[in-house]
Write a protein that binds this ligand. Sequence first.
Ligand code: SF4
Length: 410
Amino acid sequence: MTSLLLLSQAAVISLSVVFGVLIVAEFAIIGYFIYKRYRPRTVKPKVTQASNDDNNDSVAVTAETGEASQYILDVSDLKQYFPVGKSLLGKPQSFLRAVDGVSFRLERGKTIGIVGESGCGKTTLGRTILRLYDITEGSAVYTDEQGKQYELAKLTKKQLRPLRTQLQLVFQDPYSSLPPRMTVGSIIGEAVRVHNIVPKSEIHDYVLDVMKRCGLQPHYYDRYPHEFSGGQRQRICIARALAVKPKLVICDEPVSALDVSIQAQVINLLKKLQREMGISYMFISHDLSVVKYISDSIAVMYLGNIVEMGSTADICTNASHPYTQALFSAVPVPNPHRKAKPEMLEGELPSPANPPKGCKFHTRCKHCMQCCTEEVPQMREISPGHFVACHLFDEAEQNDVAVEQDVQEE
Ligand code: SF4
């Protein structure tokens, strides 16, 4: 009788254990499926994926002509969106459209100036091209001197590494972009050593030569960044970028933190180095006088888009987009007998997380029409090489088409 009782108790206990295990397993399976369905995902709307295969060069190199192309950089419909806010399940609530479909080309050995007010996306554009951010959509093709084309959007980190010497960035703030515990010689020489630009035994002399080119005295070699003025620190930053023999340098407001006299020195230094080394610059600035001086062509950005683009002469003497006109009217005139008439733009720059419909500038434009609030203006060539995105020029184009049709009918 006792053994029967013991047996039944053992059976009950083992059944309870089995049921317990089954219930735990069931919860684990349900939990797994819930997690799989609602787990926080990588927050990009439509990402141009880089290849995971680091050895797949066909992804990196889109063409190989053997000749240096006229254009060193060809950017097409480039987009950079950042997620804003997250729902309870980790999904982004909206996207900040910092760069929203930018296209331009940069000629080899030339300078393109990117201008626009703070928050328009110029800095993000530069950093996106250099892949400091993963590109959301669009393409940026870099062509090296041998004619090899690299689709920067598709390169993996490993594939990008050899290109890092050819694509360099000069930061806005020379104070924070230099490591305070390294001497000038080691700051400039570090990338030279890592990328084997010259044999190890020649690094010291090579760094001294680069310093000389950039107007830095040889005895600065063993000094630390805090011992220098702002202008000298920016020269160190430029020397660091140039030491690896770059072909394209993105200068992100390189002189905005400097005095006017020092600005002129640094700009002249950049121009001199461009003549000597054939470097191409993408010069980002909100200072139109500086951009006018250094650039061969200018692109004007507003809220993540280029609204006008052309040669420096076209943009400075024949600014056609209402936003460009307002920007240039605010440039001080160095003539006491001519009165400047700055055009006041009303209202704040709208949020790139919630841009206005139609033309993004319509909330501040004095020429705003009904169509501006509904339709996005397309880029149109109003004279050779001069492009404007504004509905004011739609009519002119339609008239041209009508005239062409009349001529054909006759
Ligand atoms: S499209 Fe309309 S709102 Fe936009 S800049 Fe031209 S006139 Fe102004």
